[in-house]
Design a protein around this ligand. Structure first.
Ligand code: ASP
Length: 355
């Protein structure tokens, strides 16, 4: 019996050594996949029906479902959360960012992939872009079709995301979103269409590059300060201050900001009409609120373009600042981080110009 046990031990040890030697010989990068849920982990009853539930499939099963993905990198999965990204929260952002910072500080980790629902993926990507302290690649991906759907695109998106995170060329690009063969910067990427697979676009500056079945190509560097050049830090931060978004429209109600501030908002972003515009009553409300010390950022409900510093609205007169090309949901992220300190109006405008 003892001899059999000895032989068994020997065989297992040799196999283990063989596997290790093969991996080292291939010199594959070490990539950690942090999963948060979303449609990429979603499942439905029918492969042709549109109904499904996000966040059903665990990360190891997702990785195992992708052919040849372990030839790109040594992969380890971690389940950070498992939600539809409509339920993404500041608390998960902080947990995720702290964990990524911890992982990337290790010389044994070369890059991170985050699987995430697409609804708020641009917000998480932009948040991470401002608080991750490493130039190693961090790549978010997801899918528009659940894992059970006909032509589910999640497996190829995950394959391409790992290929980008594992590519030494991807260092220094800040946080990226990889979907549908395209590489986008956290700063520019926007969800533009409700359900088709080509939803993520960077309409102002274009995609950073392309990735086709693992073949990575970069065209240009991302815009704005990020990761190692960002001044924002979440070390010791347990929560962010509440910032609400007001949606502009014809004849908009002028008391919305007051209601939000009374409910606890410490900052307001306006998804204004056109060039970050709003009606006269709302402008007067902004004047009052900013005088009381609550910062107001003017963004636009129009999906593409920059909110001009000197357009129809004179920010100096009303105490507001322009979000520049950040859409309302990303402007909210930057304002929440800015509110970790007490920025003046000028400081805040500078941040929106730099980040
Ligand atoms: N509601 C889903 C989510 O954001 C949609 C998706 O992932 O495409 O989690």
């Amino acid at each position: 019996m003892k001899t059999i046990q000895k032989h068994f031990k020997l065989i297992v040890t040799s196999l283990f050594l063989l596997i290790n030697v093969t991996l080292v010989a291939q010199n594959l990068p070490n990539i950690i996949v942090c999963a948060t849920g979303g449609t990429i982990a979603g499942a439905g009853a029918s492969s042709t029906g549109s109904a499904y539930t996000s966040g059903q499939v665990k990360i190891e099963a997702m990785i195992d479902a992708v052919p040849n993905i372990r030839k790109l990198a040594n992969l380890k999965g971690e389940q950070t959360a498992n939600v539809g990204s409509q339920d993404m929260s500041v608390s998960v952002w902080l947990t995720l960012a702290n964990r990524i910072n911890e992982l990337l500080a290790s010389k044994d980790v070369d890059g991170i992939v985050v699987t995430h629902g697409t609804d708020t993926q641009e917000e998480t990507a932009y948040f991470l872009n401002l608080v991750i302290k490493s130039d190693k690649p961090v790549v978010l991906t997801g899918s528009m079709r659940p894992s059970t759907a006909l032509s589910a695109e999640g497996p190829l998106n995950l394959y391409n995301a790992v290929a980008v995170a594992a590519n030494p060329k991807a260092k220094g690009y800040g946080v990226m979103v990889v979907m549908n063969h395209e590489i986008h910067s956290a700063h520019n990427v926007k969800k533009m269409i409700t359900t088709p697979v080509q939803t993520f676009q960077s309409p102002e500056e274009g995609m950073l590059g392309k990735v086709s079945f693992g073949d990575v190509q970069f065209f240009h560097k991302p815009h704005g300060l990020h990761t190692t050049s960002s001044k924002f830090s979440i070390t010791g931060v347990k929560e962010l201050r509440r910032v609400d978004i007001v949606y502009g429209c014809a004849d908009m109600s002028t008391d919305l900001m007051d209601i939000m501030v009374k409910a606890g908002a410490k900052g307001i972003v306006i998804a204004g009409v056109g060039d970050g515009n709003m009606n006269a009553g709302t402008l007067e409300a902004i004047k009052k609120i900013t005088k009381a010390g609550v910062p107001v950022v003017r963004a636009s409900r129009v999906p593409i373009g920059t909110v001009l510093l000197k357009g129809e609205v004179n920010d100096e007169e009303y105490g507001s600042v322009s979000s520049m090309e950040l859409n309302p949901q990303k402007a909210r992220v930057l304002l929440m981080l800015a509110l970790l300190n007490k920025p003046s109006r000028a400081d805040l405008q500078k941040m929106f110009l730099e980040y």
